[in-house]
Design a protein around this ligand. Structure first.
Ligand code: ANZ
Length: 734
């Protein structure tokens, strides 16, 4: 996943994912694969604009300064990116195609403008998509989100709800991410049943997933926004209903549906007739029913539904406790004259933002206010620079005289462009496509380049994008393929395999933050220890997907490991090749290869450490030039700088990236390694790792020579030395 080039520069979380894909890329290249390993910048977004508001520095200037820093930092880490394919979503060459994609969505009926109740963040002075509201707050600024009625642009993600759900089965993604997407899409299978209104030619349709509870319905509830609210409110109840509507108007969905908020509501004065029993049932209005889900009306069953139960208790509504049998669901639906219905929680994606630093929406309004698509030959519709950034709740582009003049020049007097920009998640929904053909100015990418490279084999990033970027990109991929722009051979999914990196915490086990003062700057680590140490350390910290705290001591340990690698190689570079070389190198090649493929970088590194230690212990008989060279090749993807230097010292002038990944002889791997306990006078004093097939003589030799054991033996006489194969060495001294 490409980064947002923030002013803070790279943080230590970035190299974690980047090193992982770099290791895999180098590994695959050494297998002769053609690897596309790209990098780019998710460059539009609010922080640059907020910075402009504060300092007057244009976002284009500050963003490009930030990009320079990011690029310098990333390059210092030895990440083997193809910089020829670098992309920047804020460049007109890129957002021309973001705008073109908006137009494609529009032409195909997947982009539309609608007045709707939308999430509004006062802090950011813009609307937000549902995915950007977390626990009723703006996911970015943490300000509470309120509801406003505004005309906004949407993408019809709901058209793809079923495919977005079903195709999850076809991809190799972490199960928790798949589950979050599944829940977000929220497929629900139930029934729509009509309750006729007493003495009227009208009915209220409800959506229920539990038609089997029909006999327990004791009242019906309408959402406050339901179209029948006025019609059904009797004159006696008018005042109470009006007052109630005023109160609920400002609440957001979370406040309304939260289980621990007290339920409120009001009686309309009207009744429906139960479709099975013929009994009269009161119609209430309550804001725990949402207008935007199902039919905006529910049949309330206080005996079986928690919210209904709570509501019934407050307003003294009857509860009918009845035995229910889920198997009766569809029979009862039919008896009540209802129909089966599938609903989804997923809502269309609101993409308009009242902010400056984004891709302008390519829509032009005629003097009557009717929207028209901007002509393709007018793309890119370049973001004007003569704007007043101060947030006013309307888009800053609205203040641009040049933008106004351009619309009139191109389309006629009285015409004006849409002044909202697109959610930056639109830009990042298709960037992986652009990497295939980044300099094409006729198409976003030529189909043959897409067919050649896609789908993305491996995608790595944080889990926080579960229902944002990762859902949007899947939607884009499917839509663009349906429009005919992505060859069918690519498949229906953009990212075949996804791996999440765990969060790197501060040394205090807390999230790194300026205010806690626990932030580690990767530049400092690179300066002090070198890039290879940082790369190795981040891969060694623990399982890739786990959260893990930073530890300065371990970084020093990693630096010592690399120094030992250098020393051992330098000391042994004159060794001849011995075809009977140690079994351990064969085992090491096998294990490191498998670990890389499975993203077990930490155990790959510990396997290499074991090998190096065993070398010290096993002595030169089992250590030859070919083993040394294989070891260097294995370490190369992890520590490219050190290994390239050592490769030279070994007399090679080739690039390691172009060397062939070492092979192993399965017959030579008789077994794995074992951990042996070493006791001195019956007390455990150290452990060593040896190949299971090591000879007794070798093992006894090794056991006496570890740094710790040497201390216990110093000045003493060994009276007994026992080796229990694969378990322990017991030394008795006096
Ligand atoms: C009667 C009933 C009895 C229900 C029972 C549930 C349990 P999901 O699974 O989320 O689709 N409902 C329907 N429309 C609603 C709306 N607009 N706002 C709030 N609640 C709504 O849940 C569907 C259930 O949520 C429906 O089934 C309805 O309550 C409620 F023991 O009908 B049920």
């Amino acid at each position: 996943m490409f980064p947002y080039p923030s002013a803070q520069g790279l943080h230590v979380g970035h190299p974690e994912g980047y090193t992982a894909t770099d290791i895999v890329s180098r590994y695959q290249r050494m297998h002769g694969m053609e690897v596309l390993h790209p990098m780019g910048w998710d460059a539009f977004g609010l922080p640059a604009e907020n910075y402009a508001i504060k300092t007057g520095v244009h976002p284009d200037v500050s963003t490009h300064e930030n990009i320079k820093t990011f690029k310098r930092q990333i390059q210092s880490l030895g990440l083997s990116y193809d910089w020829e394919r670098e992309i920047d979503t804020s460049s007109p060459e890129y957002y021309k195609w973001t705008q073109w994609m908006f137009l494609q969505m529009y032409e195909h009926g997947l982009a539309y403008r609608k007045k709707a109740r939308v999430n509004w963040c006062n802090g950011c002075q813009t609307v937000l998509a549902n995915e950007q509201v977390v626990d009723g707050k703006c996911e970015r600024s943490q300000d509470p989100v309120i509801q406003k009625d505004l005309a906004q642009w949407f993408f019809k993600t709901t058209n793809y709800a079923e495919q977005l759900l079903n195709d999850l089965e076809t991809i190799d993604w972490p199960e928790p991410i798949k589950l979050m997407q599944k829940n977000w899409i929220g497929k629900s299978e139930g029934a729509e049943i009509e309750f006729r209104i007493k003495n009227e030619e009208l009915g209220i349709k409800v959506y229920t997933t539990r038609p089997d509870t029909l006999y327990g319905v004791t009242y019906v509830v309408l959402a406050p926004e339901h179209s029948l609210v006025n019609t059904l409110t009797t004159s006696d109840n008018k005042k109470l209903v009006e007052d109630y509507l005023k109160i609920t108007g400002t609440k957001n969905d979370l406040e309304r549906t939260s289980l621990n908020k007290e339920k409120t509501g009001v009686f309309t004065g009207s009744y429906v007739v139960h479709p099975l029993t013929g009994k009269e049932i009161p119609i209430w209005i309550a804001d725990y029913v949402l207008a935007t889900y199902g039919t905006g009306a529910v049949m309330a069953v206080p005996a079986h539904d928690e919210r209904d139960k709570e509501f019934a208790a407050i307003y003294h509504l009857p509860v009918i406790d009845l035995p229910v049998n889920e198997a009766d669901k569809w029979a009862l639906t039919e008896q009540a004259g209802g129909t089966r219905k599938t609903n989804y929680k997923l809502r269309d994606w609101l993409i308009s933002r009242q902010r400056y630093w984004g891709a302008p929406i390519p829509i032009v309004y005629d003097p009557e206010g009717k929207p028209h698509p901007v002509k393709i030959e007018h793309l890119p519709l370049v973001l004007p620079t003569d704007v007043d950034y101060l947030p006013k709740g309307t888009s800053p582009i609205g203040t641009s005289a040049s933008y106004k003049a351009l619309a009139e020049k191109l389309y006629g007097t009285g015409w004006h462009f849409e002044v909202d920009t697109m959610d930056t998640f639109v830009c990042s929904s298709w960037y992986y496509l652009r990497y295939c053909d980044p300099h094409n100015d006729k198409q976003f990418a030529a189909p043959e380049t897409l067919a050649h490279w896609l789908p993305v084999d491996l995608y790595v990033g944080g889990a926080e994008h579960a229902v944002l970027h990762l859902l949007y990109a899947r939607f884009f991929h499917k839509a663009l393929q349906d429009f005919g722009f992505i060859p069918t051979s690519v498949g229906r999914e953009p990212f075949q395999a996804l791996r999440n990196q765990g969060m790197i915490l501060g040394e205090d086990n807390q999230k790194m933050s300026k205010s806690r003062g626990n932030v580690i700057n990767p530049d400092d680590i690179v300066n002090q220890y070198g890039a290879d140490t940082l790369r190795l350390y981040e891969m060694f910290m623990g399982p890739f997907a786990d959260g893990k705290p930073w530890n300065t001591k371990s970084i020093e340990g990693m630096s010592r490991f690399l120094n030992r690698v250098k020393k051992v190689i330098q000391d042994n570079k004159a060794l001849p090749t011995n075809n009977e070389s140690s079994n351990l190198i064969h085992f090491t090649v096998k294990k490191v290869s498998e670990d890389i493929v499975h993203f077990h970088f930490n155990t790959a590194i510990s396997t290499m450490m074991t090998f190096l230690n065993a070398k010290d212990f096993l002595g030169e008989n089992n250590w030859d030039k070919s083993a040394i060279e294989k070891f260097i090749l294995l370490l190369h993807p992890f520590a490219p700088f050190t290994t390239q230097d050592l490769w030279k010292e070994l007399g090679h002038d080739t690039e390691l990236d172009h060397e062939v990944w070492p092979s192993f002889d399965a017959n030579k791997i008789i077994s794995d390694t074992v951990n042996l306990a070493i006791q001195v006078n019956g007390k455990l004093r150290d452990t060593i790792i040896v190949a299971t097939n090591s000879s007794e003589v070798d093992v006894k030799q090794l056991a006496q020579n570890t740094d710790k054991i040497k201390k216990y033996l110093a000045g003493k006489q060994i009276v007994k030395l026992i080796y229990v194969p694969n378990k322990l060495v017991s030394i008795v001294v006096k």
